[in-house]
Design a protein around this ligand. Structure first.
Ligand code: UN1
Length: 491
């Protein structure tokens, strides 16, 4: 790219600024840019990274703003969220397209995600109309015992690239409504959409210091856990980083909520509706290019229906188009960047070297960040269960199939994972569904629907190595974003 084009581009490109103490400003660090997932030559926004000093300034602003923010009636805090939600709705097409460009999911998924963030803001604005605490009987005359919820203080929020609006929204909205202030650091691959989310809250007139945005490299996130003013940290991302943050938080005595990896199974039993199951497995495995922590990456098939099910699934995949995420005819865009796609290709190669068989490979554009949908068949028993594709999250459009005999073997295969985020079970037998609920260690169980998805008013999070700390969203969010005071109250 020549300098001339660069200059021309930069004149019209959005700027990646830092938002500290209610002001947009430049980072004092290195030059940064964000590019299209489909084409890394296409620059979407430019700016400068924040420095560690700017992180400290942001924490200072959040700490200074916290008490007066907490003292506002919750309904007034909610009014800012309502306005921000409205702003997102009004800009859903523009922001949704930017999301599709920056992250790589399709335009429809991008717009859907912006609307979902708006819905999350609206849901938490309504917290002002919900029950604020609990009253208990006292064993003593003339006394009541109240449990009231109070903000933690300053919350650090660190989010991944794959839901650049929805995940920040479902952390920021409850943090704010319960009276906390926030320093927010999005994944360095998706600063533009994080900027749009903060723009919505700024446009809503949020008081200075209540929300601060730090844009820059991942290493800046380490400063968060070290800042003495941090009272709690909510993180979504890799298991490795999440574990380190949890350990560092525990060492300091502050709560950390971490939503980490998944290796989610879809289980299709002999009595399942195969038409429905093949559609839902397709969505679970390949929507958003498999880049959801809730995506289906393991498929457990009863032997009696395996062949028929795979025929239905691959027929659907034959009509599944991978390409430019802005093209309305496209079902699946690229991965977030070439590095992610190369890592996924590497992992797939290892899985094949370890004995998996490639049984389906779709078509995809040649650019480095694209990858076609792939289905691999694992050997049954230990050889399959030790395969990298069964154990490790690829975060890519790769579905690993294991064929088993009967419900017991299917449940055992589903349980055979260190992770336990979500699971999709396909059966027509209500008894089996009820049994799955009590026997399978997952945070989210779907019966006859795909493994991904999360409604704002219900708890979200995983079992086993998938999650740490209280669940997110719905009423569960209050457990993380507040602490309680038990009041023995006599007149
Ligand atoms: C969804 O399934 O719609 O990082 C949301 C993730 C999850 C969010 C999944 N925390 O993919």
């Amino acid at each position: 790219m020549t300098n001339e084009i660069e200059t021309m581009n930069q004149e019209s490109l959005p700027v990646l600024g830092q938002y500290i103490n209610g002001q947009w400003g430049n980072g004092a660090g290195a030059e940064i840019s964000t590019v299209s997932a489909a084409d890394a030559q296409q620059i979407l926004a430019v700016g400068r990274a924040a420095t560690e000093e700017q992180v400290a300034t942001a924490f200072g602003a959040a700490a200074a703003a916290q008490e007066s923010w907490a003292q506002l009636p919750m309904a007034e805090r909610g009014a800012y969220l309502l306005k921000a939600g409205q702003y997102l709705r009004e800009h859903s097409e523009k922001f949704g397209e930017e999301l599709a460009q920056e992250e790589g999911k399709t335009r429809a998924e991008g717009i859907g995600e912006v609307l979902r963030a708006a819905q999350i803001f609206t849901y938490y604005a309504g917290e002002a109309e919900r029950c604020a605490g609990t009253v208990f009987q006292s064993p003593r005359a003339g006394e009541q015992i109240l449990v009231s919820h109070k903000p933690l203080g300053v919350i650090g929020i660190i989010t991944p690239f794959n839901f650049p609006m929805a995940i920040p929204a479902w952390k920021i909205a409850p943090a704010l409504i319960f009276g906390n202030t926030v320093v927010f650091k999005p994944a360095s691959l998706v600063p533009l959409l994080a900027t749009r989310l903060v723009e919505a809250l700024h446009a809503a007139g949020l008081p200075a210091g209540v929300l601060n945005l730090i844009v820059g490299p991942g290493a800046l996130g380490n400063r968060f856990i070290e800042d003495a003013r941090l009272s709690g940290l909510s993180f979504t991302g890799s298991t490795g980083v999440g574990r380190k943050l949890c350990a560092a938080g525990a060492a300091r005595g502050i709560p950390v909520q971490a939503e980490m990896g998944g290796k989610n199974a879809s289980v299709v039993l002999a009595d399942a509706d195969l038409e429905l199951a093949s559609e839902q497995v397709l969505f679970g495995a390949f929507r958003a290019t498999g880049q959801k922590c809730t995506a289906t990456s393991r498929l457990i098939l009863d032997a009696s229906i395996a062949e028929l099910f795979l025929a239905k699934l691959t027929a659907r995949l034959d009509a599944w188009v991978t390409g430019d995420p802005l093209d309305p005819a496209v079902h699946m865009g690229p991965l977030v960047d070439a590095k992610a796609a190369n890592a996924a290709r590497d992992s797939l190669g290892k899985a094949l070297a370890e004995g998996a068989e490639l049984i389906y490979e779709g078509a995809a554009p040649a650019q480095a960040s694209f990858m076609a949908p792939n289905i691999i068949l694992l050997p049954t028993g230990e050889a399959g269960s030790k395969n990298i594709a069964w154990r490790e999250e690829f975060f890519a459009p790769v579905l690993s199939v294991m064929v088993v005999d009967g419900k017991e073997a299917a449940f055992a295969a589903a349980q055979d994972s260190e992770f336990g985020l979500s699971l999709a079970l396909f059966t027509r037998d209500l008894g089996t569904a009820i049994e799955a609920q009590s026997r399978l260690d997952v945070g989210i169980l779907h019966v006859n629907s795909e493994s991904a998805g999360a409604d704002p008013h219900v708890p979200f999070g995983g079992a086993k190595s998938s999650g740490y700390g209280p669940k997110e969203q719905g009423a569960a969010a209050r457990e993380f974003y507040t602490h309680t005071t038990t009041v023995y109250l006599r007149g």
